[in-house]
Write a protein that binds this ligand. Structure first.
Ligand code: PEP
Ligand code: MG
Length: 310
């Protein structure tokens, strides 16, 4: 029985009519990556590197970062790994970076905006990442992208570092978490290798509700039809361009959310390791056509509460 449970846990998530959905985990380090595999994840769809930079007095250097990335690749034994570059700003602050105080940090210099403003941070992280890429299937992802020009600058810096190191090419993707990128997903799909939709921030920016606001927690729901419409647009643009679109925000780990996302055309879901088993079960329970019908009804609903009631 134990073996049977283990086999089910490790099997891919396939709907009864044969549609496969990738189920990945969000992690912060190599230990969590090993736990994710143990929980049945097919790889890591989001490694948040912020944690490497928090609660310390100086930024981690190239070698220190390289070792963390290399060990995470090793823990995954050949499974795919998406590492996201530093996403500081907004809710996460770091004293040693001496960042100016902002009135609205969630609308300020965070994520890729900060990396482009602080080229030494970007350069060091990219060098560590490209060195680690020699050890396994690594993909690099940039957070808080808003404009095509940012992608162009980041790609150019990646290429520079790659050439300096004589490293292999690495797929380069972006988080879709600013509404502008979802609206223009057709254009972004032409210049990146993959999308990963961040429903936590996308929801906050679409609904104009602070993701940490205690009074708005119930309303700031990623199942809001306006958020789902943008996710659908993004998935359609990715599918038309032949690139992958995943979701790595909290909605991916919600069994109802996972079915709606699959119905909207998302092929990869990345979540906390503890949600992997329940999401696989949800995907296996229903044919794709039923999830597509559910997604249609969700898009036509008047509120997130109505979607939850479906
Ligand atoms: C998101 O915004 O949905 C996301 C996955 O990134 P984070 O929660 O780290 O901002
Ligand atoms: Mg985010």
């Amino acid at each position: 029985r134990r073996d049977a449970m283990r086999a089910t846990r490790d099997q891919p998530a396939v709907t009864p009519d044969g549609h496969r959905v990738g189920v990945f985990a969000n992690v912060a380090n190599a230990r969590q990556a090993a736990e994710a595999v143990e929980a049945g994840a097919e790889g890591v769809g989001l490694m948040r590197t912020e944690f490497l930079f928090l609660e310390r007095d100086t930024a981690p250097g190239e070698d220190e970062q390289y070792i963390v990335y290399r060990d995470t690749i090793a823990a995954l034994a050949g499974r795919p790994l998406i590492i996201r570059t530093l996403d500081i700003g907004g809710d996460k602050q770091v004293s040693y970076l001496d960042l100016p105080k902002e009135e609205n940090p969630f609308l300020g210099v965070r994520g890729a905006r900060l990396l482009l403003a602080r080229p030494e941070l970007l350069h060091t992280q990219l060098r560590a990442l490209y060195r680690a890429a020699a050890h396994g299937p690594l993909q690099i992802m940039f957070p808080m992208i808003t404009d095509l020009a940012e992608v162009e600058m980041l790609r150019a810096e990646c290429e520079l570092v790659r050439k300096q190191l004589g490293a292999p090419a690495v797929p380069l993707g972006i988080m879709v978490e600013v509404p502008a990128v979802a609206v223009m997903a057709d254009r972004f799909a032409k210049v990146v290798d993959f999308f990963s939709i961040g429903t936590n921030d996308l929801t906050q920016y679409v609904l104009a509700m602070d993701r940490q606001h205690p009074q708005l927690a119930a309303q700031a729901d990623p199942l809001h039809p306006a958020v789902l419409a943008l996710i659908g647009m993004t998935a359609r643009a990715a599918n038309a361009a032949g690139i992958h679109a995943g979701v790595c925000g909290g909605l991916a780990g919600d069994p109802l959310g996972a079915r709606i996302l699959t119905g909207l055309g998302v092929h990869e879901l990345s979540m906390s390791a503890q949600d992997v088993a329940a999401v696989k079960t949800a995907i296996r329970a229903e044919p794709l056509s039923a999830m597509q019908a559910l997604a249609e009804r969700a898009l036509a609903a008047g509120s997130a509460a109505e979607v939850r009631a479906l």
